[in-house]
Design a protein around this ligand. Structure first.
Ligand code: SF4
Ligand code: SF4
Length: 287
């Protein structure tokens, strides 16, 4: 396996090719090829034997399928028509109030709309021309606007912004039909307030985790930070910028990940001890 490609960095392709040739077992050497095949099989069996990590805590979502479809009339109405057969749909149209055929679900008009929240708990606020601002709650959102209404890189569960691609829109619509009921995901994150530099001395200091979180799950709250477990996607990026660790991923725990990694790598290191490929392989080989 080549070393992980890191976004924003170039990769030395000739080096990768060289490493491939080492790992592929000096093509033409049947003994080495057999050793490598045995090592691969042993590593796969070891990986299969690893029990799935148990979440230490979880968060739950409840959705009854109240769906907001938002976009222009041309984009939103055909999709809303289809989905309205199975879900309670509300369409909010962001273009002019033209003549529209009557529909069995609410069709509203807005000059602008803002959406926030997560599966089962979205809040939409919009302003219709010449009217006071309105708001409503939804369980699901299908965003067919040219730019997503929720700008975070990792979108919240229940929010679909498939973009202009028709296949992606069909896939999103089909997934939406399954998004009714109770859902659960691990609570990935724990936060030790007393260690956090943001809140220390009750003055805003560090903002590193707030800035790196691609799900916008972390926010400053006066002299504290707040982590929203419903938005956290468990990517672990916040833990890479935080020392000592007021923030830490809890599921799977780092210790569990390390143990699983060692078990996967150990057979490789025993069978192909000359290959020092990753740090845990090297450690296992030295034992
Ligand atoms: S990176 Fe760490 S110290 Fe900084 S605000 Fe986040 S939790 Fe606090
Ligand atoms: S693990 Fe951290 S950076 Fe990743 S989504 Fe959760 S709070 Fe944000």
């Amino acid at each position: 396996m080549p070393p992980p490609f890191r976004p924003g960095r170039t990769r030395n392709i000739s080096k990768v090719k060289h490493e491939h040739s080492i790992l592929d077992g000096q093509a033409g050497d049947p003994l080495q090829e057999r050793r490598n095949a045995l090592a691969k099989t042993a590593a796969i069996l070891a990986a299969d034997a690893i029990a799935p990590a148990e979440a230490s805590a979880s968060v739950t979502y409840r959705s009854s399928g109240r769906l907001l479809v938002v976009g222009t009339a041309v984009q939103a109405l055909p999709r809303a028509d289809l989905l309205a057969a199975s879900l309670p749909v509300t369409a909010v149209l962001l273009d002019g109030e033209g003549e529209l055929a009557a529909r069995a679900y609410p069709v509203l008009h807005a000059r602008a709309i803002a959406v926030a929240g997560w599966l089962g708990a979205f809040e939409a606020r919009w302003q219709a021309p010449g009217q006071a601002a309105q708001q409503a709650s939804f369980d699901l959102v299908l965003d067919l606007c040219p730019s997503p209404l929720i700008s975070s890189h990792q979108h919240p569960h229940g929010y679909y912004a498939p973009g202009p691609d028709e296949a992606a829109r069909r896939a999103a619509a089909s997934e939406l039909l399954d998004m009714i009921g109770d859902f659960e995901k691990p609570k990935y994150f724990s936060y030790k307030e007393r260690l956090c530099a943001h809140s220390r001395n009750e003055r805003v200091g560090c903002n590193a985790c707030v800035e790196i979180c691609s799900a916008k799950a972390i926010s400053g709250n006066g002299d504290r930070i707040k982590v929203n477990p419903y938005l956290c996607a468990g990517c672990g990026a916040c833990t890479t910028v935080c020392r000592p660790a007021p923030s830490a991923t809890t599921s799977p725990r780092p210790r569990t990940l390390a143990a699983a990694s060692r078990r996967r790598c150990a057979p490789m290191s025993m069978r192909a001890a000359r290959i020092r490929y990753c740090c845990c392989t090297a450690k296992a080989a030295r034992r």
